[in-house]
Every structure is written in structure tokens, then in C-alpha cells.
Design a protein around this ligand. Structure first.
Ligand SMILES: C[S@@+](CC[C@H](N)C(=O)[O-])C[C@H]1O[C@@H](n2cnc3c(N)ncnc32)[C@H](O)[C@@H]1O
Length: 235
């Protein structure tokens, strides 16, 4: 079984532990890889849909790992008891859904050493939620897999006081919801390319706003501000 670069990058952020929980496991590749590579002893592979769990079951059987991986049908952390897993992964879902799953599984989240998130859309929504709630960002990662950027965020529950001087919490610096401050600080090798990709994306959006209505002009202003803030990050 050859893992994609995206999944390998996620797995490389996981420290050795007893039990992991993979929320939205689908094919079950993450738990299988983690057990086979002795990163954990036991895994709980969860999914809200029967089809993906069946797929995971087949893959787990092929690898003879039935005794090491428990399959659970249900939403988010509903199927996990606090204290059952040392860490969890939620990968391949949108930022809004991930946020909702953390919110409704708060007791399990609090019991984890850390949680790894890989939002496919709206990572900004997720970062805002993380900062607003004072959770601790342990580390972030970025990779390009099949020409697509993937952002991975490792967090743990904390109840840090909201600091108005903290740049991450400042509305003027909402660009850091879109571009990870951790990746900028550690000069991640892909960060400039990622910022440039975002500048190009917003420049293209700007070209498509043809209307001259007040709403369209407001949107143009917002997009221009975003481009300006992104360009500032490259200076
Ligand atoms: C795109 S797949 C991602 C699979 C894998 N985590 C990965 O990153 O490659 C999303 C999976 O999440 C599952 N899912 C969606 N909503 C869920 C929820 N509320 N709780 C658990 N699993 C969910 C879907 O059934 C699907 O199998």
C-alpha cells in the first residue's frame, strides 16, 4: 500500500502512542499505515457512512490487521469515549464540518494529547475557530500532492486567554486565518509558493468581478485588500 504524499505528511506528524482515532477514515489507509509502521498499537477507524467502513474493513482484512483496528459507524467523536484514544485525525473534510465535529466532541477533544486536522476547504474558518477559542497550535505543515496544496494543523485543547495584542486574534490580521503564521515563522520551503498561489487566485477573482454595483465594488475592495496583505507577507 503506497500512501499519497498528503496522507504521508499527516502520518509524519503523529508521535508514537498506544491508540489513535481516525475520524472519517474512508479507505482506512491512515490507521493501516500507522499500525504497520508501529507508530501506534491500536486504532479506532470511524466513519459516518457504511460504504467507506466496508471499504476500510476490506483493506484491513487484506493486511491481517483486524485485531488492531476497531471499526465504528457514527458521526465525529460520538463513537469515541473520552480517554479511549491518545490522539485523533480528521482529514479530508471541509473546515466548517471539522469545526462542528470538534465543537460537538469537545469532551473527547479535551482528553486527547493532540488532534491533527487537514481541511480540504475553508481552512480559514477552522483557524479562526481555533484562535477564537484559544486552542494551542502545536505545528502546521504544508505539502503539494498532485498539484494541490494541502494544509495540516496539529492542535491541542487549551483555554488561552484571548490577547487583543496577539496578532493571530487581531481582525486587521485576518490574513493569518488563510496563511499559517507557524509556516511563515519557520520559513516553510513551500510558503512563498503558497502565498503566490493565493495572490494569483484572488487576482483571477478580481478579473471576474465585472459589475459596477455597490455590492460588487465592496467585494472588489475586499479582494484587493487580501491581495495587498498577501503581497506584504512576501516582502
Ligand atoms: C474525503 S473522505 C476523507 C478520507 C480520509 N480521511 C482521507 O483524508 O483520505 C471523507 C470521509 O469522511 C466521512 N465523513 C463525513 N462526515 C463525517 C462525520 N460527520 N463523521 C465521520 N465521518 C464523516 C465520509 O463518509 C468520508 O468517508
Amino acid at each position: 500500500m503506497e500512501l499519497s504524499l498528503r496522507l504521508r505528511t499527516i502520518c509524519n506528524m503523529i508521535d508514537s502512542c498506544k491508540t489513535i482515532a481516525d475520524i472519517g477514515t474512508d479507505h482506512g489507509y491512515i490507521p493501516i499505515y500507522l499500525i504497520k509502521n508501529k507508530i501506534c498499537d491500536f486504532a479506532i477507524a470511524c466513519d459516518i457512512n457504511k460504504g467507506p467502513l466496508e471499504k476500510a474493513k476490506e483493506n484491513i482484512k487484506l493486511e491481517n490487521l483486524e485485531d488492531n483496528i476497531s471499526l465504528r459507524l457514527g458521526s465525529g467523536f460520538d463513537v469515541i469515549t473520552p480517554g479511549e484514544a491518545n490522539m485523533a485525525i480528521i482529514a479530508g473534510m471541509g473546515g466548517h464540518l471539522i469545526k462542528d465535529l470538534i465543537e460537538s466532541g469537545m469532551e473527547v477533544f479535551k482528553s486527547l494529547d493532540y488532534l491533527i486536522l487537514q481541511p480540504v476547504q475553508n481552512p480559514d474558518v477552522l483557524r479562526k475557530y481555533i484562535y477564537d477559542n484559544g486552542f494551542e497550535v502545536i505545528k502546521e505543515e504544508l505539502c503539494i500532492d498532485e498539484k494541490i496544496f494541502y494544509e495540516i494543523i496539529k492542535i491541542r485543547y487549551a483555554n488561552k486567554e484571548k490577547d487583543i495584542n496577539n496578532i493571530e486574534n487581531s481582525v486587521e490580521n485576518d490574513i493569518f486565518y488563510e496563511v499559517s503564521r507557524d509556516l511563515i515563522n519557520k520559513k516553510h520551503p513551500l510558503i512563498d509558493e503558497f502565498i503566490q498561489y493565493k495572490i494569483n487566485k484572488y487576482s483571477n477573482i478580481l478579473k471576474y468581478i465585472q459589475e459596477d454595483s455597490s455590492l460588487a465594488n465592496l467585494r472588489k475592495k475586499e479582494v484587493k485588500e487580501k491581495i495587498y496583505k498577501l503581497e506584504e507577507l512576501l516582502r
